[in-house]
Design a protein around this ligand. Structure first.
Ligand SMILES: N[C@@H](CCC(=O)N[C@@H](CS)C(=O)NCC(=O)O)C(=O)O
Length: 217
């Protein structure tokens, strides 16, 4: 069987989620770096595979899989061990809610294209752009901290094994640190993030361990 190909950008939170999932599942893959700063994701040949013009994109089993959580869902179906969602329906819904709180409510407001639109077409100064970032990240993390209280007895965001919620948390915390968001008010998140990063599957997916895309000459 040929290895899946991950179209990847080292600092992309959505790619980081997929790298962690691939590592946790023990799925070997080939990474193809896509340089977002050079706009490679908007090229016609790339958009032919992902019309949204985003990373990640996973080519596997003849499929072009897009959207990080859909990719993780495919991996979960194809490589069920270790499971990334609890079996109990209520616990599963809770873990999904935490993952979606990051992926649907925090990340879309703080990703690069939104920040670029604020400072470009809308002409907001850097301080306003930074305030936007910090406001939405702080509001989202505060809610996630309260949601995490339900699994507080475990090592991770929920229980003693990493779940989809940790896959979403760790890249978001990395991103928040890059933008100097204070994290003292989120002790459960800081603890779960540290615990996850002790695992090689998470550590190996860290942007500093991933080759950045070469810039165009
Ligand atoms: N909801 C998507 C988000 C994907 C996304 O926003 N990717 C960003 C990098 S984190 C991207 O490709 N941005 C390219 C651009 O804005 O031009 C997912 O989870 O895969």
């Amino acid at each position: 069987m040929t290895q899946p190909i991950l179209y990847d950008y080292h600092r992309s939170s959505a790619c980081y989620r997929v790298r962690i999932a691939l590592n946790l599942k023990g799925v070997a893959y080939t990474a193809v770096p896509v340089n977002l700063l050079d706009g490679e994701q908007k090229a016609d040949d790339y958009r032919a595979r992902n019309p949204q013009g985003f990373v990640p994109l996973l080519e596997a089993d003849g499929l072009h899989l897009t959207q990080s959580l859909a990719i993780v869902d495919w991996l979960e179906a194809r490589h069920p061990e270790p499971p990334l969602l609890p079996r109990d329906a209520g616990d599963r819904a809770h873990v999904l809610a935490m993952a979606l709180a990051v992926a649907c409510d925090i990340h879309p407001l703080n990703n690069l294209r939104v920040l670029k639109y604020l400072s470009g077409p809308l002409g907001l100064p850097q301080e306003a752009r930074d305030a936007w970032y910090r406001h939405w990240v702080a509001e989202g993390l505060a809610a996630l901290e309260a949601m995490a209280a339900r699994g507080a007895a475990g090592r991770f965001l929920f229980g003693d094994a990493p779940t989809l919620a940790d896959l979403c948390l760790v890249p978001q915390m990395y991103n928040a640190r890059r933008f100097d968001v204070p994290l003292d008010d989120y002790p459960s998140l800081v603890r779960a993030d540290a615990e996850a990063n002790r695992l090689e599957a998470f550590a190996a997916a860290h942007p500093d361990r991933v080759a950045p895309a070469p810039a165009k000459g």
